[in-house]
Design a protein around this ligand. Structure first.
Ligand SMILES: NC(=O)c1ccc[n+]([C@@H]2O[C@H](COP(=O)([O-])OP(=O)(O)OC[C@H]3O[C@@H](n4cnc5c(N)ncnc54)[C@H](OP(=O)(O)O)[C@@H]3O)[C@@H](O)[C@H]2O)c1
Length: 339
């Protein structure tokens, strides 16, 4: 059964040797399962242009959550294009093992491991200061670290862990690295910040009445989706904030990929959808493309999936108010202020 289903994407791909018409692409997207699974990737990849070999030479990119899954695949993809990559991990030993795997695939690649818990604002500050001290310029930052919590826990600083990992830590890291990202930006080559969000954000409006998720029954899935929505709006807000510095900011969702995180956090989903899940490379493809391709360097504040801009709401009237967007910015600024 598994073999039959996994062969299907290849069949789809060989039947579609031409780029997918936009309408068909949009329909796949709205139907979710075909768009988010391997089928969607297989159908769309005929329209993907190969990224130029060595196209990332001379560029330094920082990737968080790089020890497994999509983060590790992103590092492999960027290293394969000649980028110098810093793998930000929580556990040095796991990070070094992931680095060995990258080097096995790309011998001689410039890949290093750095330890930082992105949910800890103090650790983010420490790490960013260290980067500013040793790097004249950074050209890319990928906020990939993510968590689907099973119970409500707080960081040492008193923030709910999902909010801290997906929103507060990345916000602070981006702002703290601003000087080196600005230094990395050239007149025709902006520095690039990418948020790896999730299609789950479509299920959640922007809500700021209980950002630390203290009220009501705890649901890890609901908090995950809510913070993913925050990431997408935050990418738009940071895009405006950083535009004058030659830094573009994008968000994306990877579809559904077979990673350790999915197997561990969503065992039922993993079992049922297993044969349809993307590989980690397929899930990470758009992240690598957002760092490497010309097109996303010409825009900012866009939400992407499979190398195409996607709507951030199914219904335009569901879009968040300017007041809610401003409240998200205020929350991020005040929660990450140095005390
Ligand atoms: N796979 C999918 O289908 C899918 C779909 C939508 C969105 N995503 C998102 O894509 C990203 C990558 O996920 P994945 O599927 O590749 O899962 P994964 O294998 O569990 O990778 C998540 C990575 O984030 C790291 N991480 C978690 N909390 C961290 C923290 N506080 N500081 C630093 N690193 C931290 C983990 O490090 P440890 O090794 O130390 O735990 C791990 O390396 C996540 O943000 C995930 O939510 C994935």
């Amino acid at each position: 059964m598994r073999g039959g289903v996994t062969a299907l994407p290849d069949l789809v791909s060989s039947l579609l040797a031409v780029p997918l018409p936009r309408l068909v692409d949009a329909v796949l997207d709205r139907l979710v399962v075909p768009g988010y699974s391997r089928l969607g990737y297989a159908a769309r990849r005929a329209g993907f242009r190969a990224l130029p070999a060595g196209g990332m030479a001379g560029r330094t990119v920082i990737v968080t959550g790089a020890s497994s899954g999509l983060g590790a695949a992103t590092v492999r993809g960027l290293a394969g294009l000649g980028a110098r990559v810093e793998m930000v991990v929580r556990d040095r030993e796991r990070g070094e093992r992931a680095r060995e795997a990258v080097l096995a695939e790309h011998p001689g690649a410039a890949v290093e491991v750095a330890v930082c818990d992105v949910s800890s604002l103090a650790d983010v500050r420490r790490y960013a200061a260290e980067v500013r001290d040793r790097e004249a310029a950074v050209h890319g930052l990928v906020h990939n670290a993510g968590v689907l919590a099973t119970e409500r826990t707080e960081t040492a600083e008193g923030h709910e862990v999902t909010l801290a990992t997906h929103v507060l830590g990345p916000f602070l890291l981006t702002r703290e690295l601003r000087p080196v990202l600005r230094a990395g930006a050239g007149p025709t080559a902006p520095s690039r910040v990418v948020f790896v969000s999730s299609g789950g954000m479509y299920t959640a409006p922007l809500r700021l009445d209980d950002p630390e998720s203290r009220e009501g029954d705890w649901s890890g899935g609901a908090v995950y989706a809510r913070t993913r929505r925050m990431q997408v709006v935050l990418a738009e807000l940071l895009a405006d904030d950083l535009a004058g510095d030659g830094i573009v900011v994008h968000s994306m969702h990877p579809g559904w990929a077979d990673t350790p995180g999915v197997a561990r956090s969503l065992p039922g989903f993993h079992r049922v959808t297993g044969p349809l899940l993307r590989t980690d490379e397929q899930g990470a493809d758009t992240v690598v493309w957002l760092q490497a391709a010309a097109e996303p360097g010409h825009s900012t504040g866009v939400f992407w999936h499979d190398r195409a801009p996607r709507p951030t709401h199914w219904l335009p009237r569901a879009a968040e108010s300017p007041q809610a967007r401003a409240a998200l910015w205020t929350l991020c600024v005040s929660d990450t202020a140095h005390r």
